[in-house]
Write a protein that binds this ligand. Structure first.
Ligand SMILES: Cc1cc2nc3c(=O)[nH]c(=O)nc-3n(C[C@H](O)[C@H](O)[C@H](O)COP(=O)(O)OP(=O)(O)OC[C@H]3O[C@@H](n4cnc5c(N)ncnc54)[C@H](O)[C@@H]3O)c2cc1C
Length: 322
């Protein structure tokens, strides 16, 4: 464990944060529940922490015309779990936020920090040389890989730990990003990257960019929505496997899974279409769940995740009224 001294600055505006984060040793700070531990573990390095919680209205939830919702990145996870508008119109997100860690973590953690939290692979967290920290192999591949990816892995097999990210993917959220070069909007489907595309980070954010807000589109409001999460213990735990399922008011179905891949994993769209068509009995639900996991390539100790994923898929189909 190493402890490096760092400076701390409370950003006064998005522009202030952008100019401070232009420094190569600066990192954005939310609730600090992951970043401060990551600094201690040597997973992150920073000479300057830029606190985004002090940006005026950075933690505001705003209803937009037409039924969309804009959530400031500094909004606490607990606020989202309990917000009346989120519960009424985007319950998959409220349920995913309620499933995060502990009350203390939900009260400290911000949505922006949650989406950008670093992976929990034991080897990475303990600075064992691996692909993500500059090494040339993956010790988990033939080691302790029970919590790692069964889909889309390689050369590194992390799973993204965020529950809200899975729900926001099913809700087709748009991420508002700012940085010294200006601002841009990134669809959440393009926000997370696979290790085969980028090893050092899990998102498309440049080192000097940060999330300002997350927008939930009106077309994802309402319908039937759910978030379900399977854990090793009943509380204070990351997902072994999770699912966000949305049947929109236009009838389209979106299914995303957590705990199975390095980023929220979208179930094959042909499976979504068959569920949207309806009229499924138990046998056809089982067949669809198996088809959804057809590409799974479990590692030596995590084939149990395939069975968990198929079970969650069947539950989701029943709850969506397939
Ligand atoms: C014991 C434990 C259990 C947990 N269980 C769960 C769980 O079940 N589900 C779950 O989803 N999470 C879980 N977490 C993660 C927890 O929710 C996160 O630590 C928290 O959400 C991170 O939020 P934060 O605001 O504290 O982020 P910080 O710690 O401040 O930041 C995390 C990372 O995001 C970056 N960052 C912060 N804000 C922004 C921004 N606006 N834009 C870009 N980058 C930013 C930081 O630089 C850092 O790299 C758990 C954590 C612990 C320690």
């Amino acid at each position: 464990m190493s402890q490096t001294p760092f400076r701390y600055h409370r950003a006064t505006s998005v522009a202030d944060a952008s100019s401070l984060l232009a420094a190569s040793d600066a990192r954005p700070l939310g609730g600090g529940t992951d970043l401060l531990v990551s600094l201690e573990e040597g997973l992150e390095h920073a000479g300057l922490l830029v606190d985004l919680r002090s940006i005026p209205e950075g933690d505001t939830i705003t209803a937009l015309p037409g039924g969309a919702l804009r959530i400031g990145a500094a909004t606490r996870i607990d606020t989202l779990a309990n917000d009346a508008r989120v519960n009424a119109h985007f319950p998959a997100l409220a349920q995913a936020c309620a499933a995060v860690g502990t009350p203390a973590l939900r009260n400290m953690g911000t949505l922006g920090g949650n989406l950008c939290q670093r992976p929990r692979c034991w080897y990475l967290r303990r600075a064992v040389p691996c692909h993500k920290n500059g090494g040339d192999s993956c010790p988990a591949r033939d080691g302790e890989n029970q919590y790692l990816a069964i889909l889309d892995g390689g050369p590194c097999f992390i799973v993204h730990p965020s529950d809200p990210a899975v729900a926001l993917s099913a809700l087709e959220a748009v991420i508002e990003v700012a940085g010294p070069a200006g601002s841009r909007r990134v669809h959440i489907a393009d926000f997370y990257v696979l290790p085969s595309e980028r090893l050092g980070r899990e998102t498309v954010l440049a080192d000097d960019e940060f999330i300002v807000a997350i927008e939930l589109p009106a077309h994802s409001a309402g319908g039937r929505q759910l978030y379900r999460k399977l854990m090793q213990r009943d509380a204070w735990d990351f997902a072994l496997v999770s699912i966000a399922a949305v049947r929109r008011t236009d009838g389209d179905v979106r299914l995303f899974m957590g705990g199975v891949a390095p980023r929220p994993y979208r179930v094959n769209s042909s499976v979504e279409e068959d569920i949207a068509s309806g009229g499924l009995d138990e046998d056809s639900m089982s067949a669809l769940a198996q088809r959804a996991m057809y590409d799974a390539e479990p590692l030596s100790k995590n084939s149990y995740k395939v069975a968990l994923a198929e079970s969650l898929l069947r539950d989701a189909m029943r709850e969506l009224g397939a």
